[in-house]
Design a protein around this ligand. Sequence first.
Ligand code: COA
Length: 166
Amino acid sequence: MAVNFQKMNNEMTAMVEFRTMSYVDLKQVISVEEKAYPHPWTLGIFRDCLRVGYNAWVMTLDNDVIGYGIVMLSPGEAHILNICISPDYQRKGLGRHFLRHLIKKMDQTDVDMVLLEVRRSNEHAQELYKSEGFHELGVRKAYYPADNGREDAIILAKYISPDDSR
Ligand SMILES: CC(C)(COP(=O)(O)OP(=O)(O)OC[C@H]1O[C@@H](n2cnc3c(N)ncnc32)[C@H](O)[C@@H]1OP(=O)(O)O)[C@@H](O)C(=O)NCCC(=O)NCCS
């Protein structure tokens, strides 16, 4: 029998919940971060993000954190600093679902441009962003640490309007 991946993804997105991130989530957040990235953020970076009041969200499944996103808001602009889905739950439509959630929340503010950086080698993430209407704005040379030195970041941007509020 053919497997209906779209149906499975829809079921998955219906099961997850979003809420704002708090300090008690950080143990689970850092555990996902360390599994998902070869060069993860430290616990201190996440703490600082909460301390300075960045817009931080977690995605939960049965109260377990399986994804998170951190956004820095400034007048007219939102900068997605981190968006991550636990490797155990990737490829199920949750990254797209989370990105749409973040953009929907931004749309309730005065933001009209969303920015983010992505590693040049992270082609899957770039595909996701481009399919959600992001376009390339430029390159930050040697922005990220890498196994053999440094790696460029591609800067992507998306202009949002009230129509994005899905
Ligand atoms: C990038 C990331 C957030 C995507 O989340 P995800 O839940 O795996 O992605 P989705 O299932 O929602 O897929 C969305 C799109 O991304 C692309 N994509 C994601 N993973 C892919 C893979 N392994 N192979 C091919 N395409 C992939 C596809 O275009 C996909 O669309 P499709 O399902 O219509 O083909 C997730 O892989 C992740 O957290 N990676 C580690 C952290 C990271 O790199 N974050 C981004 C930093 S800029």
